[in-house]
Design a protein. Structure first.
Length: 161
């Protein structure tokens, strides 16, 4: 029952991903994020369920919106939300709407790894490799697997110019 309600709420809020997320919604989400319980480095399953309807808000956040906060909780939640197939599909569909550069790189990298990326995401990642700053961030995301990622991306036919 709760899962059904969350799915309905998520579907209704999905239309917000096209730029209709208000500052009040962003503030509400950030305040919620501060209260969600974690298990180790990531959020509990219940926390992820509570945050899931805010996925459109998460992707609408800008650097300015969260400049006063540590990026890690937002990245951790991104990773937790990514584990749900519907959330991956949503993020892939609205990838161009993801405003925060680190969140966008994270979603792009994770979608690429799960073979859920579109040509647009592949081009975004390819272009990111042309930026020293973004290459550094991707290197941090992938760690020792960065070179393998780079080879796989460059070899992908949709990532070529």
């Amino acid at each position: 029952m709760i899962a059904s309600i969350l799915a309905i709420v998520f579907a209704l809020t999905s239309c917000q991903a096209v730029g209709r997320v208000s500052d009040a919604q962003k503030k509400t989400f950030i305040e919620l994020l501060k209260t969600l319980p974690t298990k180790g480095e990531f959020y509990t399953e219940e926390s992820v369920k509570k945050a899931a309807p805010y996925l459109p808000v998460l992707i609408a956040l800008t650097e300015k919106d969260i400049e006063m906060y540590d990026i890690y909780p937002f990245l951790a939640l991104t990773s937790d939300l990514f584990e749900n197939k519907e959330h991956r599909k949503f993020a892939a569909r609205y990838f161009s709407e993801i405003r925060h550069p680190m969140l966008k790189l994270s979603w792009g990298a994770m979608l690429f790894d799960r073979k859920s990326s579109s040509p647009q995401i592949l081009r975004f990642l390819r272009d990111a490799l042309e930026s020293e700053e973004q290459t550094k961030l991707l290197s941090e995301i992938y760690g020792p697997e960065f070179e393998k990622f780079e080879v796989r991306l460059k070899a992908h036919p949709d990532a070529k110019r």
